[in-house]
Each structure stands twice: as structure tokens, then as C-alpha cells.
Design a protein around this ligand. Structure first.
Ligand SMILES: [Zn+2]
Length: 266
């Protein structure tokens, strides 16, 4: 389905001097859900501040860690992916992966779900203000696929946007599009295909150019402890070329990416 693509759309305007804070839960989420968007923002002069809440300590390693703690490995992978995507500043919140409901990991004192979210939102709002960012990107209200730490990031980003008085974009996936696409890493994350939102709910969609998509793929593969070529499948383009957002608040810089479309009134 290429409903959202419009090759006749104007090229993105110069975004120099404009800043967005993009908040994610685990290392690799930035590439999976927003990789092409971040690369395009950077290529057009915007400053992208990436905030990652946890080090993804509960991710199942797909490669030998050679004695290194997984959080350390994943932070290094995140730094490499951020570099590929053109991130100007990477901020780690230092919380711990809480795991799924009922897991003992959720009891860890640094587990993200045990954090004082209003206090963390104030920290994030202060970052937005000090960076003079015009928008925050978080997740939809279900954290895209229901992971408690993704839902926590939704709450965090939404609350911080309110405190700072800026637009928030909730990253999501178009489940109708993915229904017809190839295997998505969300499938392996325990999600079923009721994740994300339906097409009519999407405010903004970004369609990656072939070059942006190649960078996104490289950023995904930089997370080698979690993602390999096999997982990305043989229908990579149709599965990963689009990125989707719900906007709350006035139009901001994600609406100025050229082939982004406002599909639903907000
Ligand atoms: Zn995640």
C-alpha cells in the first residue's frame, strides 16, 4: 500500500535552527520506529536530541557478549546507530528495562516502571526548554505494542510536552499497512498484529527515500546484539519505509518533512 507516498510533494524546507527531542525506551527503538525521520531531520539542518530511557538490559542477545554486560553492549550499539542517524546529542536516562508484566525485573529499584514519572517528566521538560526544542516525539498511548516501558515513555513524553508547552508526536505503526507487509521486529517482540493504530488515525507519515532507508537499515543492524539480516526479512522496503505519527498540538517540524501528510485532523 503506497497510499501515503507522494513523489510530487515539495522537498523539505531548511530546518536549520529547529530542534526536536525524540524519546525512546530501548536502544534500537530509535532505528525501528523513527530512523528515517531522524536522518531526514538531520539532513535538513534540524538538531535531533535523542533520549533513551533504558539500556535494554533484558534483550535476548543474538551474538556472544564475550563477558560484557548486555547494557554496556547495547549502549555502544546505540551510540553507533545515533551517529549513523545524525543525532546531535544523545541523553541516557539511566533507568532499567522493567520487562513484561509479572516479571521480577519490574521490582528492580531502577526499573523504568518504578520511576517517579512526574519528576522524570520535569527533567525532560527542562531538557526541551534548554534545547529550545519545538516538539517531543514519544509513543502512542499503548506504547505501540503494550510493553510497560514503552507506555511509560508515552506518559513521560506527553507530560513533558505539556509542561514545556510544545507539540508532541506519538510514534506508532500503521497496523493496516503492516498487515500486508513482511515480518516486522515487533512480531518477535511478542506483539500481535493489533499493535499500533489504523491508517485513518495517523496524523503524519514519513516515507523514506532509498538513501534514508539504507541508513535506517544500517542503524538497525548496528544493534547487532538484537537485530540481524534474517530478522529484517526479504520484504524490508515495504515493511520499514514508512514511519507514522499522531500529532497533539500545533503543526511542528515533523509536518515540514516534505512528503509527510496530515491525514487526520488533530
Ligand atoms: Zn523497545
Amino acid at each position: 500500500m503506497s497510499l501515503l507516498l507522494d513523489s510530487s510533494a515539495p522537498t523539505p524546507q531548511d530546518l536549520t535552527g529547529r530542534t526536536v527531542v525524540v524519546v525512546h525506551t530501548h536502544p534500537d527503538d530509535e532505528a525501528v520506529f523513527t530512523g528515517a525521520t531522524v536522518r531526514r531531520l538531520a539532513d535538513h539542518g534540524a538538531r535531533v536530541v535523542l533520549v533513551t530511557a533504558t539500556a535494554g538490559e533484558l534483550g535476548t542477545p543474538r551474538v556472544p557478549l564475550l563477558g560484557r554486560p548486555i547494557g554496556q553492549v547495547r549502549k555502544a550499539e546505540l551510540e553507533r546507530a545515533a551517529e549513523l542517524l545524525g543525532v546531535a546529542r544523545l541523553v541516557l536516562l539511566g533507568r532499567r528495562d522493567s520487562g513484561l508484566p509479572g516479571w521480577e525485573s519490574g521490582q528492580h529499584p531502577r526499573a523504568l516502571i518504578r520511576a517517579d514519572l512526574p519528576a522524570l517528566a520535569r527533567t525532560l521538560a527542562a531538557l526541551v526548554e534548554s534545547e529550545r526544542a519545538e516538539a517531543i516525539v514519544g509513543y502512542d498511548a499503548d506504547g505501540i505494542y503494550g510493553h510497560p516501558d514503552h507506555i511509560a515513555v508515552h506518559l513521560l513524553a506527553r507530560h513533558a510536552a505539556g509542561l514545556a508547552g510544545v507539540t508532541s508526536y506519538d510514534a506508532t505503526v500503521d497496523r493496516e499497512h503492516l498487515h500486508f507487509a513482511g515480518e516486522h521486529v515487533l512480531d518477535g517482540a511478542g506483539g500481535n498484529r493489533s499493535y499500533g493504530r489504523v491508517t485513518a488515525e495517523i496524523s503524519v507519515a514519513v516515507a523514506a527515500t532509498p538513501r534514508e532507508l539504507a541508513v535506517k537499515r544500517a542503524a538497525l543492524l548496528a544493534h547487532a546484539s538484537q537485530i540481524d539480516e534474517v530478522m529484517l526479512g526479504d520484504r524490508f522496503t515495504e515493511t520499514y519505509e514508512l514511519e507514522w505519527y499522531l500529532r497533539r498540538g500545533p503543526r511542528a517540524l515533523l509536518d515540514d518533512l516534505g512528503n509527510a501528510h496530515a491525514l487526520a485532523p488533530v
